[in-house]
Every structure is written in C-alpha cells, then in structure tokens.
Design a protein around this ligand. Structure first.
Ligand SMILES: [Zn+2]
Length: 220
C-alpha cells in the first residue's frame, strides 16, 4: 500500500480543532517581535483540502487548520498538523515515502518512483495519476528543511554521541544520472539526509521530526 495519512488521522485532528485542543506552543517565537508563541491567540480557522490515497485512489478530504496571531505585532501563523507540509495537498507520509523511494534507490527513475506495488495511484473520476513531476517538486521542498535536519541531528547526537548517523550521512551519494546541476544534486542529497535523519529520529525518540520539530523550526 502506498504511504499516506489516513482518513482517521485527519478526522482525529479535526476533532481536536473542534474541541479547542490545538495550542500554539510548538510554533517558534514571532520572527518580527520575538513574542513567545505561547502568547499567540487563535485568529481564524481555514479549511484545507488534503489528498490521501485509499486503495490506490487519490481522494480529497477537508480539515480545518488553525491560524494564530501574535499579540505584539499582529502577524499571523498557520499551525500544521503532523500529517501536513505547508503548501502541499498530499500528506506528509505520501510526500516523504515517494520521495524516499526515488532518492534511496540509484536505478529508480521518476516514472518508476510514482509506482506503489505494480500501479500508480490515480483519481477515481479521470485517467489522471500521480505525476512523476510531482515527486520532483516534493524532493525540492524536502531539500529545503535543512534547519530542521540540523536541529534533529544535534538532538540525536546529544542522545547518542556514538551514533553511526554521521557516518551514514557522509557515506551517501546520489547517482550521477539523477542530476544535471549542482543545485539539484544538493536538493537530492538534502532530501536523502532528511529520510535518514527521520528514520534515526523515529527509532530514538519514537516520534517524527514533523510532530513538533519542523514546526518549531518553521519548516526551514
Ligand atoms: Zn509579533
């Protein structure tokens, strides 16, 4: 089965929103006036469309996200649930899972990376399927979370100073035919770092880097 958040994950979050259980504490302090996020107030609810994969079909599910406002300067911030990545409709397990499938396997092409088992997830009412170019864009996005990855790495090394993670990261290479520019090479390596760091983080702290850390690092 392709990686995806489930309908239950999204319903559980919607339930928390409706019961007023979403707090701003994991957000970073206001970048404009340094007010701590625990002082932020609820500003608005915004309905967001997410795409999940159910038995190889791409389905839209709606969920409310909470926007908070800084009382110091009025700047607003969206809090994302751990199944979401800002500005993306597909859920985080899908984005990380398919991107990992591409960066972790030297021979895999984008055409092959959209396949889960033997077929490609598609829309129920049309012939459209998950596009290879979508995975290319997801890798670009994941390649930007360098601050989150660095912070996760520091926490991992504090927890286990003799961890093999630095060796694992230093050793990895990206197949030469997967990039034409140095910039793309860097994005691919950063994305592969994220996949490895996430696996170590899950194993060590029993939680994802996206549960709190990415929010705290403002998805940078
Ligand atoms: Zn502020």
């Amino acid at each position: 089965m392709p990686p995806t958040a489930t309908l239950e994950d999204i319903k559980a979050y919607q339930d928390k929103v409706e019961k007023d259980k979403i707090t701003p504490h994991n957000l970073p302090p206001c970048p404009q006036c340094s007010v701590d996020s625990s002082f932020f107030k609820i500003h608005a609810y915004r309905e967001r469309r997410f795409l999940i994969i159910v038995e190889m079909f791409i389905k839209a599910v709606y969920c409310s996200l909470v926007r908070f406002k800084c009382p110091g300067c009025g700047k607003t911030f969206t809090l994302y649930p751990d199944f979401a990545i800002p500005h993306k409709h597909y859920t985080r397990p899908t984005i990380v899972g398919f991107s990992a499938g591409y960066v972790e396997s030297d021979p895999t092409s984008y055409q092959q990376a959209v396949m889960a088992d033997t077929s490609t997830p598609g829309y129920p009412q049309s012939d459209a399927t998950l596009a290879p170019s979508t995975i290319h864009r997801w890798i670009t996005t994941l390649g930007r979370f360098t601050h989150t990855c660095r912070t996760a790495l520091i926490l991992l090394l504090e927890q286990n100073p003799v961890s093999s993670i630095c060796r694992n990261l230093a050793r990895l290479i990206i197949a030469r035919r997967k990039y034409k520019t140095n910039e793309r090479k860097k994005q691919l390596i950063n994305c592969r770092h994220l996949v490895i760091i996430e696996a170590f983080f899950q194993a060590t702290f029993k939680t994802s880097i996206f549960t709190k850390l990415a929010t705290r690092c403002a998805f940078s």
